[in-house]
Design a protein around this ligand. Sequence first.
Ligand code: AMP
Ligand code: MG
Length: 538
Amino acid sequence: MPTLPVDFNAQKLPSVQSRFSLAMPQDPVQGIGMRQVSDALYSLVSPTSVSQPQTLLWSSDVAFDLGFDEAFCTSEYFAQLMSGNQLFPGTAPFATRYGGHQFGNWAGQLGDGRAINLGELPERNGRLLNLQLKGAGPTPYSRGADGRAVLRSSVREYLCSEAMHFLGVPTTRALSLVLTGDKVVRDMFYDGNPEKELGAIVCRVAPSFTRFGHFQLCAYRGETELLKELIDHTIASDFPELLQTASEQASGEFTLYLRWFEQVCRLTADMLVHWQRVGFVHGVMNTDNMSILGLTIDYGPYGWLDSYDPNWTPNTTDAQMRRYRFGQQAAIGQWNLYQLANALLTVIDDKDALQSILTDYAAYYDEQSLAMMGRKLGVQLNKGEADSAFLDELETVLQLHETDMTLFYRLLCNFQPEDSLSDIVASAFYDPQTLSADTKDRVDAWGKQLSQRIQVQQLDAKQRKAQMQKTNPYIVLRNYLAQEAIDLANQGDYSMLHELEEAIRDPYKQNPQFAKFAQKRPDWARSRAGCSMLSCSS
Ligand code: AMP
Ligand code: MG
């Protein structure tokens, strides 16, 4: 594959390298043939060229961090690079090997079936960021699938990962979305009616794309030395702060590994607390979709709660079991960490220590969750029965009448101790006319409990409101909005995509320009595919 001339448009193209592929053992077999890969963590594989790459979206924010200017990002070369038709100098593209538990069952070898890693580039602040093209063609891990992605799923990945970033949720990011000019066949409803859809490629960006499943597959295959190499590499490149502590260096390998695992548990818990804060349901929390850095990764059939319902999941594949429902995400996080711990056990021979870290995960999650709920409600909450009952009652109250989660919390920022809560949050109810007197009373009774806390804690009203508005977003990427933008994009109208891209950049600001994106889900979207039900087909 040809590489670009080093000088383009006065912008010197940086050279791309990968610490992962330089340090980890490489699959000796060449080509994209489907295979089980042993004793290696990646396979060299080139993107398959596409016919007519066209940049549809690029993140000025990510581009700025990488030192790319507008002229470059709107150039033909950029589209060529972001589609994999051309490569940055020095690139040796590769797909990595990982396994995972899917919906609770061990699935064996999975791997980057349609994501091709380009390598790392330095950010302005010096940190290295990995670039990965999702949908760039088949790899040895494609398991018979085409290695491609369609516009609808690429738009969902691009917009949502950027929305999450601006909401302050740890996530992979998106540098670009290019249309390939080629069609991709997908049976979206798995009902025997495949259709041709527009193909697209997202360039994802993250400090690391390492997943729990990378460690799990080494352990499953009995590759203990390789597992140890991967742990050492991960700590050195993604957790260098652990090595900087002199006491860690002195205390030996086991202690370092345990401290690292504890850190992974905490990062995972932090991410999950954020998901609960903003009403995000990942939809496919398989261990191959869990980032070792606690980043939200692999945006598939995810969704945002419109009406508050802890049992909701957008993923039609999971409609029966609801394993990955909103209210179960923290418990699944712990289950996934158990699977990671099981894998690590072959290297960290200290079951009790691992068990105790996993037990601490639950306590740490509860602590962080309580603090987060306190910020959402604008009061200090304490561990113990009183505040636990107060939060349980909120959970019940939110489900008595169909209530929009985002609107409820945003309106709650206006609540003063003397107010009637049901009046303040009236526009968050989906059908305010049918709100029963009993429900209204119960909402108000809970509001009184909140008032008491505000009064006892003598909080400054202005400060309280400002802090609540920084916790409770005005704009989230509502499922139906993304779908409307996708429907238009499929017809060649990209205006709503660009508007949404702008709106998600400042999600805590009550910007009247974007008021139309801060409304309850319309009735037509209640049961429409793409708005409330998503399949894994992407
Ligand atoms: P996901 O459900 O998107 O997390 O994907 C699960 C596994 O299937 C991963 O190994 C993916 O790389 C792979 N995969 C998903 N879609 C495709 C595709 N169109 N072509 C090749 N591999 C795929
Ligand atoms: Mg995945």
